[in-house]
Design a protein around this ligand. Sequence first.
Ligand code: FNR
Length: 177
Amino acid sequence: YLVGSASEDSLNRRLAHALVAAAPSSMEFVEAPIVDLPFYRPELAREFPEIGARLKETVEGADGVILVTPEYNRGVPAVLRNALDWLSRPMGLNSLTGKPVMIAGATPGAVGTAVAQSELRTVLGFLNAHLMGQPELYIRIRKEQFDESGRATTPGTQELLERAMGAFEAHLASFAR
Ligand code: FNR
């Protein structure tokens, strides 16, 4: 999974951990760090830097990818957008082609990251990723609403996370290599 936040105490990382905790026990997860990626530029990409190569390797080796993101100014935060740009290059070697993907986002704000996720759907469609359509995870929540074990303390949210991870397992199975 990728977390679209550079915050040290990210609400969205908590959501990512809650999703991991809500997943069927057969699934394994690793966070692919993206915060230290330099801004993509072609001059850098010619000698593909280790940090970009490692991200591509992690994503390409995974059965699927979960993007958990805040919304910044009604869009995808730059840190995640930059990671998607690195994954899409070099030209013709897009790491997200055919990759099953699920998206989620958390915010205390009223629209629950729906606008950022809508933008993400457009980008992922262009990148030929196999995006899971539903359930949608627009989580309007505060940090205190996750307990020590990472579970959401709102029962309805916890039920939604469990349902989504079950659906993602089925989504992965339908694209199994
Ligand atoms: C925000 N935040 C925000 N929230 C939202 O729901 N819609 C938005 O458009 C924005 N815009 C926005 C811009 C910028 C620059 C910042 C710093 C914040 C609030 C945001 O959701 C909140 O800070 C979350 O806690 C961010 O998630 P992480 O970083 O804690 O995972």
